[in-house]
Design a binder for this molecule. Structure first.
Ligand code: KG4
Ligand code: ZN
Length: 337
């Protein structure tokens, strides 16, 4: 293993439809290149087979770009980290194979990083917060692939307090957006079209699920049936009411997420709350969390938008944390050490 004062790590993310590579030096991001696959836009969602093909096509360029914008040569790397899961198997495989061969060629350690851990620990990227959250803190991590509340005791001690029992919150945004005629991913478009809409115009049902778990399938079905019924009465219903529909959807989702995190704060007596994952880019949710922090005196941690969505900077960061602990990936066995 090459020893330097602060290790330089290449991070590779390929779990879904973003091919991303980042070079970090300790907690500092030197580069973060992200290429989003546009191909899925009009196909209603990510098509796994196409996603892995496009990762294959993009990965070399993206890694080269990340190295050159960081002004780092391959020989200066101390380790390669990659997303080991969760995600689309074929897409993960592209990143893993590339990371593995690069690490083998350079004779440096390989580090497998769990995608959700990376979303959570993105709050420790240098410069993201004036002071990153002290342990322990709560993290609401919400994206297209997961919806969880966790208690972060340490970089490597993260306890699950609650999660969705069916659809994720990002999936809900995307499915409803598709129903209302938006391309994929619909979440950011719902956010955009909600501006100026009346959030109290339509009342969508909140699921009744105990504890800190979430459920979104009932809300999806309710909106599907409601939309079909309205379209029978007026075929222009969606077009005529789009801002109010989007604002009302955003409101019910924010209400659900906020109610659960309030319960988690009450249960744990921890008032430090971070939010991670693609859905944490939602402007209404960010506004609501900001107001809560003022009202309730919570410490709230929001990420800059570039680090809410899938990115390799968070993979490089966890790569660095694992490197310090010598938590490496076994080449030969194909399993985590
Ligand atoms: O974290 P991410 O990039 O990928 C996964 O790990 O899944 O999250 C993507 C999800 C998509 O469902 C997308 O619609 C949603 O995040 N999203 C948003 C917004 N920006 C992205 N949802 C609501 N409002 C947004 N502004
Ligand atoms: Zn993600």
């Amino acid at each position: 293993m090459r020893e330097t004062v602060t290790p330089i790590i290449l991070g590779i993310e390929s779990s879904c439809d973003e091919t991303s590579a980042s070079v970090s030096k300790g907690f500092r991001v030197l580069s973060n290149e992200v290429s989003t696959q546009e191909i899925h836009k009009n196909l209603g969602g990510v098509i796994p087979e196409l996603a892995s093909r496009f990762h294959q096509k993009n990965i070399v360029d993206i890694i080269q770009k990340a190295l050159s914008s960081a002004k780092i040569s391959k020989d200066q790397l101390n380790a390669v980290s990659f997303t080991i899961g969760i995600g689309l198997i074929g897409s993960l495989f592209v990143g893993a194979s590339f990371a593995k061969s690069l690490a083998l060629t350079l004779n440096i350690p390989l580090i497998g990083v769990h995608h959700v851990r990376a979303h959570i620990l993105a709050h420790f990227i240098e410069g993201v917060h004036y002071n990153p959250p002290d342990f322990p803190f709560l993290c609401l991590t919400i994206s297209g692939g997961h919806t969880k509340i966790v208690l972060v005791n340490d970089f490597f001690k993260i306890n699950l307090l609650g999660q969705t029992v069916d659809n994720s919150v990002g999936e809900t945004f995307d499915k409803v957006a598709k129903l209302w005629g938006f391309p994929y991913p619909g979440g950011p478009l719902i956010d955009k079209y909600a501006i100026g809409g009346n959030p109290n115009r339509f009342s969508f049902s909140k699921p009744k699920i105990n504890g800190l778990n979430f459920s979104f399938s009932g809300l999806n079905t309710h909106i599907l049936l409601f939309t079909k019924k309205q379209l029978k009465i007026d075929s222009m219903f969606i077009k005529k009411n789009l801002p109010d529909l989007c604002a009302s959807l955003q409101k019910v989702i924010c209400d659900i997420l906020i109610e659960k995190i309030e319960n988690a704060v009450f249960k744990t007596k921890i008032h430090k709350v971070a939010i991670s994952g693609g859905v944490s880019a939602n402007s209404e949710l960010r506004k609501r969390f900001f107001h809560i922090s003022l009202q309730k005196g919570w410490e709230i941690y929001l990420l800059p938008k570039e680090y809410t969505l899938d990115n390799a900077a968070m993979i490089a960061l966890v790569g660095f944390l694992s490197y310090r602990k010598k938590k490496f990936y076994h080449f030969s066995m194909g399993t985590k050490k």
